[in-house]
Design a protein around this ligand. Structure first.
Ligand SMILES: [Zn+2]
Ligand SMILES: [Zn+2]
Ligand SMILES: [Zn+2]
Ligand SMILES: [Zn+2]
Length: 351
């Protein structure tokens, strides 16, 4: 008798430290899997990124719960690696619905497996967030939902490209500090405006925006290490100096404070994440004054791109060579450039 079973494609997921691995078997008839970017406040604070890259999958195989920490939200249980903090999966509290961070797979293995179809909860970003940098992936336009088309939220409204609920930040309205915190609030700190007197000249040149000295330089990293630590293919960082961060209690910055845990991701570098909710928080180099802050933690008036504080480097992603073969990352590189030119034109027009 002929084998009538649907052939399957098996994918292997792994976190940065490799203590969490599992496989997912997907019937070929279900491919490609519709995948969305979730821009909701919860996902942003859990990953420390602009959005989560999520796909519904069959129950994972070989998951070792001993390597994971769980955190419950109102409708789901989220799992992150207890050693490196990678947000790998979540499971709905009702039923057996699993959702995976698609970043946990190698780009080349999944470029045709996960098909990006939509941005959801764009309304939470206030400024469009990263959805403006990914209008389409591999030639296919992504829908942009204010909440979600599934009716979980208050409306199914679609939003246009470059939508924003807030006006672009006014150059005159400059708070002197901005709050940052993870989802559970166990890690809470403030970032202050750059003061060239508090850092070396060399560092000031690298970290303070040459166009607006009240802003820090920010960049989106596409490297494998950031991908596997944050559970996101595109990881936004603000490049700052240590002396400009204070803990919520007023104490100066330390590598670990509050609920932070540290993971040595490479010789000379430490990544920190919240030990309670798993949010990726900082990247710190030994013996240097520099700290990278996960932009998803910042609470700016204008929205998630934190434009009143950050000058985005739009011409190039960090380490695009690590993401070779990823239609998603390539699309972001192009979308970011287009957005950068648009912002420049807006400034010329208003100045
Ligand atoms: Zn890990
Ligand atoms: Zn979400
Ligand atoms: Zn936390
Ligand atoms: Zn990186």
């Amino acid at each position: 008798m002929a084998d009538t079973q649907d052939p399957v494609t098996t994918l292997t997921a792994s976190c940065l430290c490799k203590s969490t691995t599992f496989t997912v078997s997907i019937p070929n008839s279900k491919l490609p899997i519709p995948t969305h970017l979730c821009h909701c406040d919860i996902c942003r604070r859990f990953h420390g990124t602009f959005a989560a890259f999520h796909a519904d999958i069959p129950p994972p195989i070989g998951l070792n719960y001993d390597t994971l920490t769980s955190f419950e939200t109102p409708c789901a249980v989220r799992y992150f690696c207890s050693t490196c903090g990678a947000q790998v999966l979540d499971r709905a509290k009702e039923g057996e619905n699993w959702c995976v961070s698609t970043a946990m797979f190698n780009h080349k293995d999944v470029d045709d497996i996960f098909e990006y179809t939509a941005h959801i909860f764009v309304g939470d970003t206030k400024d469009g967030g990263m959805s403006d940098w990914l209008p389409s992936v591999k030639g296919k336009e992504l829908k942009r939902w204010k909440t979600t088309p599934k009716g979980r939220g208050a409306s199914d409204e679609e939003l246009p490209l470059y939508w924003r609920a807030t006006a672009p930040p006014k150059e005159s309205a400059k708070e002197d500090r901005v709050h940052a915190h993870c989802y559970c609030n166990g890690t809470s700190f403030y970032l202050h405006r750059p003061d060239p007197c508090k850092m070396s000249r060399e560092l000031a040149e690298k970290r303070i925006s040459p166009r607006d000295p009240s802003k820090w330089i920010a960049k989106v990293c596409a490297c494998d290490s950031c991908r596997l630590a944050a559970g996101a293919q595109l990881v936004p960082w603000a490049y700052v100096s240590k002396g400009h961060i204070t803990q919520a209690n007023g104490e100066p910055f330390e590598v670990t404070f509050g609920t932070l845990k540290a993971y040595r991701s490479s010789p000379g570098a430490t990544r920190t994440f919240c030990g309670t909710c798993g949010a990726q928080c900082h990247y710190v180099r030994d013996g240097e004054d520099i700290v990278d802050i996960s932009v998803g933690l910042l609470d700016a008036e204008s929205g998630t791109r934190v434009e009143e504080w950050l000058d985005w480097q739009t011409e190039k992603l960090g380490y695009p060579e690590d993401a070779e073969g990823s239609g998603l990352v390539k699309a972001c590189a192009e979308g970011l450039k287009a957005w950068g030119r648009r912002v420049e034109r807006r400034k010329e027009y208003t100045s």
